[in-house]
Structures are given as structure tokens and as C-alpha cells.
Design a protein around this ligand. Structure first.
Ligand code: F6P
Length: 305
């Protein structure tokens, strides 16, 4: 692998090399069509695992544990954080997000965040994150991430083994696209039912939002980064979904960090995802991420209750 990237953060280059090397390995396995069977286990979150979930988790641990600047690694696939050195950085990962989508050929990916001096769950909050983003395992191996306040997109070239990374320029796009699973709508909070029906119905000559849902957060977020929109995974009055499905530390905060770096915004309905206190490593949170105007509008519906 060849990664020609210089982080603005001290001693972070090795962390990126470790993350990118693991992503290449996982993508290589996926491209061969391996690991696409249900595993005999389930993960810390109680989700079914496919074999590639386990392969992905191990790939990240293998590369990250060799970097002397990585202190702890947190993974969706493990109950507790694992100490790897006394270095300054702690990394939290969803090593294979959207694994069930991978089974049917929809792009999956990996989500990562890097924090400084994070030794326990409460330290992994959005005020403390330094780097965050995601890899996409699709037609190509791609990455979208923010290194501090600078956002980048990149693609891996299989033939040369090289990554090309480019900074994002200009304003975040703002297409009227809503990414949400409509399955729970009868048990969503009333304000959300109102928000969604007001924006999806063509009334009074107003063009309705388009609706798109990959059920693969990395794919939905890639579309948002490139075209704009609102990504939503709300809480619902249904057992197990009271605070949604997505995880605060290794899904919501890294994605929100990237979108904020691009000029967008995020909320759980009441406050920015980057302001939420963290109680548990695997805690769930209602997630709304999008351009500023859409988040402001959504929060005004939420405030009405
Ligand atoms: O967190 C796992 C995940 O697969 C996300 O990638 C995706 O956004 C979401 O779950 C899909 O959930 P559902 O299957 O409820 O639509």
C-alpha cells in the first residue's frame, strides 16, 4: 500500500496507515466473495454477525495494535475496549458497517473515529474527537474522512496499490433527499411523523423530497457527502428501538464529525451529536445528520413536540 497523506495532527500518520491497510485487507477478502456467510456468533450489540464482521474486526486490531501511538481500540464487535499501548490516541470502529447489505451486493464499509486521551467511555464524546469518517467497500475502495477541521475523499487503485486523496472544496451539497427506514413510522414521535410527511408529500406545488434508503449507513452517508440530504435513524416507541439503532461512539459521532467539518450539522432531535455525553461505549442514539438548514428545520419540528 502507498498512502501519501500528511495529517495535520501530530503522530497520526501511522494511525491512518493502520486504518487504511486494514481497509485494503477487508476489501480484498470481500472482493473474492469470502466471508459472506452468517457466523455462529453475534456481536456485542446483539446483531447477527457474518464471517466478514469477524475478519474485519481482526484486520483492524492487527494493524492498529502495531502502532505505538494507539492506546485503546473500541470495536462494535467486542464488549470492552482493548489496551494496545500507552500512546495518545484511542480508536473506535464499526469494522464492517452494513454487513447484511454486503450479502446482497450493496456497498458496506467501516466507520472510524480517533480520540485523544480517551481512557473510558465518557471520554469518547464529540468534543474530544480528532478524526472521523468511513471507508466504502463498493465498486471501489473509497474513504471519506475529516482530519481535524479538514475533510478529504480518496480512492484506492488496486493496480498500483496507491491511494489518491483529495481535499473537499466548496460548500456541502444540499439535495432534498431523505434517507430513512419508514418501517417504524407509526411508532415514531409525532413531530417526526409530521416532519417526514410535510417533506415527502407533494402538496401546494412544493416539490417533495426524494426518499432513498440503502440500509447501509456508509452508502447513505456517501450519497450525502456527494449530493446532500438528511440521514435519519430515529428512536421509536418499540422495544429495543427507544433510542434508535445506531451507536453513538463508533457510528454517530464519527459521521457527525465529518459532516460538521464539511459545513453540515447533526442532532439527536435536541442537541448536536457532537455535544452528547457518552455513558456507555455501545450506547444507541437517535441520529439526524444533514445540511444545516435541514437540521434546523427538523429541530424546530422536534421542539414543537
Ligand atoms: O448499523 C448497522 C446498519 O446496517 C446501518 O449501516 C444502517 O444504516 C442501518 O443499520 C440499517 O438499519 P435497518 O435494517 O433497520 O434499516
Amino acid at each position: 500500500m502507498s498512502l501519501n497523506f500528511k495529517s495535520q495532527l501530530e503522530n497520526m500518520d501511522g494511525v491512518y496507515s493502520a486504518l487504511f491497510a486494514a481497509a485494503e485487507k477487508i476489501y480484498g477478502v470481500l472482493k473474492k466473495g469470502e466471508g459472506l456467510k452468517f457466523a455462529t456468533s453475534s456481536n456485542e450489540s446483539g446483531d447477527d454477525q457474518i464471517e466478514l464482521d469477524v475478519i474485519a474486526d481482526e484486520a483492524f486490531f492487527e494493524t492498529l495494535s502495531k502502532d505505538p501511538f494507539v492506546r485503546y481500540v473500541v470495536s462494535e464487535e467486542r464488549p470492552d475496549m482493548v489496551k494496545t499501548s500507552d500512546g495518545p490516541y484511542s480508536v473506535a470502529l464499526d469494522p464492517l458497517d452494513g454487513s447484511k447489505s454486503a450479502l446482497i451486493g450493496i456497498p458496506s464499509g467501516a466507520i472510524f473515529g480517533v480520540w485523544e486521551n480517551a481512557d473510558e467511555a465518557k471520554d469518547f464524546h464529540g468534543g474530544n474527537i480528532l478524526s472521523g469518517g468511513f471507508f466504502v467497500f463498493g465498486m471501489n475502495l473509497e474513504v471519506y474522512f475529516a482530519d481535524g477541521d479538514k475533510a478529504y475523499k480518496g480512492q484506492f487503485d488496486d493496480a498500483s496499490g496507491e491511494w489518491t486523496l483529495l481535499p473537499f472544496e466548496g460548500a456541502m451539497p444540499s439535495a432534498d433527499i431523505l434517507a430513512i427506514n419508514g418501517q417504524m413510522q407509526k411508532v415514531w414521535p409525532t413531530w417526526l411523523q409530521n416532519y417526514v410527511s410535510d417533506n415527502l408529500q407533494a402538496t401546494g406545488g412544493k416539490k417533495p423530497y426524494n426518499m432513498r434508503w440503502f440500509a447501509s449507513m456508509v452508502s447513505d452517508m456517501k450519497r450525502m457527502v456527494l449530493q446532500g440530504g438528511l440521514f435519519a435513524y430515529p428512536g421509536a416507541d418499540f422495544k429495543g428501538y427507544e433510542t434508535g439503532k445506531l451507536r453513538l461512539v463508533y457510528e454517530a459521532i464519527p459521521m457527525a464529525f465529518l459532516i460538521h467539518a464539511l459545513g453540515g450539522s447533526s442532532t439527536n432531535g435536541e442537541m448536536s451529536l457532537l455535544k452528547m455525553p457518552v455513558d456507555k461505549l455501545h450506547q444507541k442514539v437517535p441520529v439526524f445528520i444533514g445540511d444545516k438548514a435541514k437540521i434546523e428545520s427538523l429541530e424546530s419540528y422536534a421542539a414543537k413536540g
